[in-house]
Write a protein of this length. Sequence first.
Lengths: 512, 313
Amino acid sequence: MTRETLLSIEGISKSYPGVKANDDVSFRIGEGEVHALLGENGAGKSTLVKMIYGLVKPDEGKMAFRREGYAPSEPREARSLGVAMVFQHFSLFDALNVAENVALGMDNPPPMRELASRIREVSESYGLPLDPSRLVGDLSAGERQRVEIIRCLLQDPKLLIMDEPTSVLTPQEVEILFHTLRKLAAEGTSILYISHKLEEIKALCDEATILRRGKVVGTCTPREQSAREMAEMMVGATLNAPERAATEPGPVALTVTDLSVASPSAFGTSLKGVGFEVRQGEVLGIGGVAGNGQDELLLALSGEIRTPAETVRIHGRGIGHLGPNERRRDGVCTAPEERLGHAAAPDMSLMENALLSASVRKNLTRRGFIDWQGTRDYAEGVVKTFDVRTPGIGTAARALSGGNLQKFVLGREIMQEPEVIIVNQPTWGVDAAAAAFIRQALLNRAAAGAAVVVISQDIDEIMEIADRFAALNEGRLSEPVPTQGLTIDQIGLMLGGAHGMHDAEVPHHVHP
Amino acid sequence: MDFYGINPSVLIASLMAASVPIMLAAIGELVVEKSGVLNLGVEGMMIMGAICGFITAVETGSPFLGFLGGALGASVLSLIFVLLTQVFLANQVATGLALTLFGLGLSSLVGQGYVGIKPPATGAIPFGPLADIPFFGRVLFRHDWMVYASIAIIAGVWAVLKFTRAGLILRAVGESHDAAHALGYKVIRIRVMAIVFGGAMAGLGGAYVSLVRVPQWTDGITAGAGWIALAIVVFASWRPWRVLVGAYLFGGITVLQLNLQASNEFPIKIPVEYLAMSPYLITILVLVIMSSGRGRASLNAPASLGQNFHASH
């Protein structure tokens, strides 16, 4: 099937001080085509779509929309031609309601009452129900994305750009999204779909352009390629799946019982009676869509929020009432999701950041004085062992790229040789090679006898490294189940809050 | 009908006039903060408005031009804040404090030759027979035009924020500048306009102090009214009509304590110092109560308040 070209891009280049974000990029999108833009973090995908959407001006190159020169100077111009964009984050306003959010993304919105009825109409016809008067801050991640999609649909787009749309969705929500996108494509809307999740691209896209370090390194038809081939084109190297040593789990190291914590933030989720056990040498994966209590769980386990002593126990000893440093002394290390500002102090050097977390377990202070030599050795050890690319340990944490800083933050915790390590989103926004490295490091720590808890939204990641899986939903944790033999559908049900899975089994055990 | 020598209709009428300066400054600051900018320079802008308004009125003989001059003078001062925080991305808190100190000093320099002069009077609007209605005539129909204008401005700001697209965009910029930028709104331009509006309102308020309330020029004439205006914005949890309530509450306490000081019939003798500090004590008390209930009130605060925006790609 040959399609008329909707948008063609020829020889686009864009430089920022020190980086060439896009270098001579060319490709074309046909009418009604679902086109994938594949690449790792920092490959230049976002810069490229920002140029198409008029947020950034290219240095060189030409674009044509339906054979006419196309050089939008601002998003309004792009929107008027029918180019719409669903952002990865940063484009919704929590304190405003759905209708107001939609109105802000339109150039000539109708009066509020009419807009509300149109939102209802469009949302129902695409199977994405949405109440226009709700505050966006109260919506789930999937519902928030619906707001963005409907904002685009109301403008009758010719080209819909989607920047990593599934990173925060449950498998069921992904299914709904794909259904909507296929329907749109069938109606003649072209879709530019940005992702690094290869299975999704195989399921959805007609054509793919692969970017690496700002350059087009290949094009392919995703249905005819294996995910592995595409991954290797994307990374430019062969990938190794993490290895797991088959070891028998030891005695229980971490026990959490009936942990209830009120969320410290207004839009957060409180934990309600969370309980689980992790044995030595075992990896427990806790899945769930962001905002279901992940942050609160990490805070309660790290000691930033204190709870009654018996709710969190290590080797049977209650530590719920202890603060972070006392817990580190007892062998509990944690790495939160937010790297800059939570895991690391942005303006302090790597050396200082290493000291802040490791001083207790590595004895880096003596009578209140800092052992700088020891600190330097420790930080250098982390940088070397975990392959952190940095000019030196004196570099400020904020100067590192996301993946490198994540390697440093995790390395800093893992090299303290904790007995229990809890990490939240260990590979979020990290490229494939670094992610594989981090997962391997966590598995190695488990093999060395530590109990590992991985909180993650990435189901593939959990399936890859966890021995058991539990879902966190609205602050409640499901019963952990072994990951072996678990299907994506079952996981989806658990994430969606079907806590009944185990309740349904109860009658089998009850024999009066 | 008097209580201990205090006439309620006179009391209400004078509290309405007394609260005009803080009400104007607070509604201006509300708009500024709704756009996500924290300008602590209200006091400095008010006093620049006071002296600029005073000079213009004295030189031209027209109180109307005086108010205009006051608004203009304070807006020019707010442009310094714009330059530092929106162009050079300086810290907003430090810049605002500097603006206050600068405004206080500059106004006293500019006003040196104007001490002891009387400005042209701003008369009450003649409402004819309406002004003679018992009680209500005294309370509602014997004010100068700025009292009515200030209430109209509150109503206008409320309507713009609630019903217009411009107001929605302003709130959006204050809620999340990154999202607003991603949708193609000019964050800096919108904030600059909000800051200049805030300056103009503070200037009007300041001019009201030197042209109507006092009316003459002395150094430090605004006497902390700008800080009270800042507190009222928080007290009002960023809602225009509550600014009116807050300003009347504060104005009322000020007027009441003055009346209590003057009254010989009040049974309990309270030392003058305590009366004079009472408005400020009440303000602190109200702020503590407001911010202790972390629920609704804090949710209404603009999420990007006080953060500088820099477009990054």
